[in-house]
Design a protein around this ligand. Structure first.
Ligand code: HEM
Length: 155
């Protein structure tokens, strides 16, 4: 496959994956709120499983792109904004852990007791982590745009 085609396909895959993970995060922010129902819990736990899958795919496609396409590894490996982007993505990943643990706990509690509903404080806590994810996530496209335009290269 010639370079231009490879670069185009990886760029397209990268964009589809990052929009998908942003959509999952937006969905969770929309559902995890006061008044959460048993149906919501089952749905958000199911959708959240895609968060992990998409994150792994973004990292895989991202590194393949950085090494075998776009401007090549010699460029990204020394670019500050590239590493800032990855560290920020890592922080978003860490912030996604407590909500995921909560969903799994709630779903398991529901299996034992159909009338189970999480305490308002537990829902509020999961929601706080989701909003922190959103705020931190917003920096990634900013770093990406700077990285793609030569900012962050050693002088
Ligand atoms: C949710 C996480 C991510 C988001 C939101 C994101 C966002 C973006 C955006 C918006 C661009 C286009 C930049 C532009 O042309 O203005 C881009 C390009 C790129 N991203 Fe990501 N990205 C993410 C994760 C990653 C990861 C994990 C890697 C590598 C391991 C990566 C590697 C790249 C590369 C190599 C480019 C091409 C930049 C260029 O054209 O020189 N991205 N990313």
């Amino acid at each position: 496959m010639d370079f231009a085609t490879r670069d185009l396909l990886l760029a397209a895959a990268h964009h589809i994956l990052i929009f998908s993970i942003a959509a999952v995060l937006a969905f969770e922010v929309g559902v995890v709120r006061p008044g959460l129902t048993a149906t919501d819990i089952r749905r958000v736990a199911r959708v959240d499983a895609w968060y992990g899958i998409l994150a792994a795919l973004i990292i895989a496609v991202g590194f393949v792109r950085a090494i075998y396409a776009a401007k090549g590894w010699a460029y990204y490996s020394v670019n500050t904004f590239f590493w800032a982007k990855l560290i920020t993505f890592g922080i978003v990943g860490l912030l996604s852990v407590p909500p995921t643990i909560a969903y799994i706990r709630w779903r398991n509690a529901l299996k034992k007791d159909e009338s189970f509903l999480p305490a308002p404080a537990a829902v509020a806590s999961a929601r706080r982590f989701l909003w922190m994810e959103v705020v931190v996530f917003a920096f990634i496209p900013i770093f990406a745009a700077a990285m793609a335009r030569g900012y962050g290269m050693p002088s």
